[in-house]
Design a protein around this ligand. Sequence first.
Ligand SMILES: NC(=O)c1ccc[n+]([C@@H]2O[C@H](COP(=O)([O-])OP(=O)(O)OC[C@H]3O[C@@H](n4cnc5c(N)ncnc54)[C@H](OP(=O)(O)O)[C@@H]3O)[C@@H](O)[C@H]2O)c1
Length: 261
Amino acid sequence: MCRVAKNFRFKGWLFFKLWGKISTSMTDKTAVITGATKGLGRAIAEIFAENGFDLCVCARTEADLDAMQEEWKKRFPASTLFAFPADMSKKSEVMEFAGFIRKTWQQVGVLINNAGIYLPGGVSDEREGTLETLLETNLYSAYHLTRALLPLMIPHQSGHIFNMCSVASILAYPNGGSYSISKFALLGFSKCLREEMKTKRIKVTAVLPGATWSDSWQGASLPYERLMQASDIAKAVWGCYNLSDAAVVEELLIRPQLGDL
Ligand SMILES: NC(=O)c1ccc[n+]([C@@H]2O[C@H](COP(=O)([O-])OP(=O)(O)OC[C@H]3O[C@@H](n4cnc5c(N)ncnc54)[C@H](OP(=O)(O)O)[C@@H]3O)[C@@H](O)[C@H]2O)c1
């Protein structure tokens, strides 16, 4: 871990110690979002902040987290943002992030397992190690963080977990390779978790977006209207969150109006 990150974490802990003395209120208006500095995660963070949630977010790039915190103070003064640098493909860093959350909050209302990467390639021609990288980033991250945070949901018999799957969770396509395998697996994880959490009154939603403008589409020469907006996904997630206690959206499949690319 780089020196800057260590220092950042130390400052985070210090901040927690001070903050913890004045506010450790137990509330379900708390959301954890992984990979929240850009794209879908960022749009989802914004909609929850607009609605008065406090947020604990992570990403790998500290400069982006710092910039996000500065922006938050101006745009969402009613939302406290805790920003933690973590590479979610590494179990040790997932556990550090989870430890920070457990020390900061007594309850997690919403967990959005969003961090993920796309590496193109087919099973026959992708680089050695691609499957491992994609499983670690797109699947194990969500599995380990969820397990670590369930103790902040189960005792309250409340909570909502969103897993950012993909259309690639139900459809194989050229150049999809290990990305698609990892997203099929994430959907499998969501289904297992959904069954297990039914009686604990914790909702589980698998989000399956099609092509959505974000950094991962940088350089694509496609008409703007051909892809969805990250805010479309955020609005759909927010809608799912706001159903009555009696209802859960198990799978949210959302595609561009003109279909898959
Ligand atoms: N955009 C689409 O068309 C689309 C469609 C279906 C599903 N999805 C899924 O939606 C999710 C978000 O995608 P996006 O398009 O919004 O991506 P994006 O614009 O590239 O943003 C990804 C976010 O995740 C963070 N991140 C990436 N790897 C990470 C890691 N190992 N640990 C911690 N944070 C990490 C990034 O920050 P750092 O780089 O600083 O870490 C960034 O904040 C992914 O799971 C993706 O598979 C996207």
